[in-house]
Design a protein around this ligand. Structure first.
Ligand code: AQP
Length: 334
């Protein structure tokens, strides 16, 4: 296999205000990786419309996600941040991948099954082919590494299958096998109200998630109301197997403090969950407070944010367009 230039790609959907799961599972790692790799980070608005969106809210969410990237520390000057729909290469390559990917592969995607639920015949075709567009997002940059939360692992595997099938079908060594980068102590942050469900923008309960824009009081209230247990905190992860909400709080605190689960359990074993929740609220306020303030500052200057997106689009197209031209030649379009 050919040696590809190492490059990171990842995206976030502008489907609402970003939450702690998006931060700990993805954006915090985006920031760490930019010291080691060339990084391309994208506001994936085309993915967002696979379910109904209000155009007015979508427009403001796109700018808010961009502001959140920057406020969390994504280096827009040296890396690339842009909006997916402004680079047509994503949808052009996605069409080719629609013809490479197999319906049987898409039928196995658990996120589609979860989101479609009993309504499978009535959801958009876009929701089903979402993973093909995700493969195009990554492979339009021949990206080698993809930082994501654990929920995206299966989609990443599908991207690898598509890359491999394209190479085999056309007898080329053109696309890399992108590696998922799923790491940290909170790769799947769960709802604060139900530890069996992931923290999500679309959860009906506001109390289920901490937002990057929450006030200090809101963070404290959400943590106080988070589900836990009347038993004392145990000293091993094994004893938390049946207590998803408690394990979630331990994981969030560990990730926020950049320490292992074991270290957190050592510190809190034998104490009540209310003490852990207080500490967690304090740590989250320390980490998220400055991010919230920076998001507010950035949103006061939307012209500047629009300029950042325009520069990002140009830089993204410089990489993606020549790759797409090669793909067109390979498939026989010219
Ligand atoms: N709960 C989570 N824990 C860890 N990582 C998470 N991510 C999302 N939720 C969690 C990661 O964040 C990145 C961006 O996700 P996304 O917004 O593009 O899509 P999503 O996974 O569908 O997020 P939501 O919040 O659940 O959105 P809705 O409700 O709109 O579907 C990804 O890397 C994801 O893994």
């Amino acid at each position: 296999m050919r040696k590809f230039q190492q490059r990171v790609f990842s995206g976030v959907q502008p489907t609402g205000t970003l939450h702690l799961g998006n931060y700990l599972g993805a954006i915090k790692n985006f920031v760490d990786l930019q010291n080691k790799f060339e990084c391309v980070y994208c506001v994936v608005d085309q993915h967002a419309i696979t379910v109904d969106q209000d155009p007015h809210k979508l427009r403001s969410s796109i700018i808010e996600v961009l502001a959140s990237f920057i406020a969390c520390g994504v280096d827009y000057k040296n890396q690339i941040i842009f909006q997916q729909s402004s680079v047509p290469a994503h949808s052009q390559l996605a069409w080719i991948f629609n013809c490479v990917s197999r319906i049987g592969w898409l039928n196995r995607m658990t996120q589609f099954k979860d989101k479609a639920g009993k309504n499978k015949e009535n959801v958009s075709v876009g929701l089903m082919v979402y993973p093909n567009l995700m493969a195009a997002d990554i492979l339009a940059y021949q990206a080698t590494h993809v930082p994501v939360g654990d929920d995206q692992k299966q989609h990443l595997e599908l991207s690898r299958d598509i890359a491999q099938k394209f190479n085999n079908d056309f007898g080329v060594d053109f696309f890399p096998q992108p590696e998922p980068l799923i790491y940290g102590e909170a790769t799947r942050v769960m709802s604060l109200r139900d530890g069996t469900k992931k923290m999500s923008k679309s959860d009906a309960s506001e109390l289920s998630r901490v937002l990057l824009t929450d006030s200090n009081d809101a963070i404290a209230t959400k943590l106080k109301k988070a589900k836990s247990d009347s038993d004392l905190i145990p000293d091993s992860v094994e004893l938390l197997k049946e207590k998803a909400e408690c394990l979630n709080l331990i994981n969030i605190l560990s990730a926020t403090m950049n320490q292992s689960q074991e270290k957190t359990l050592q510190e809190f074993a034998g104490r009540e969950y209310s003490i852990l929740k207080n500490k967690l609220a304090e740590s989250l306020i320390e980490v998220l407070g400055p991010i919230r303030e920076e998001i507010e500052n950035l949103l006061n200057n939307k012209d500047e944010l629009n300029k950042i997106l325009a520069i990002g689009t140009e830089k993204a197209e410089e990489i993606a367009n020549p790759i797409l031209r090669e793909v067109y030649k390979i498939v026989g379009f010219r």
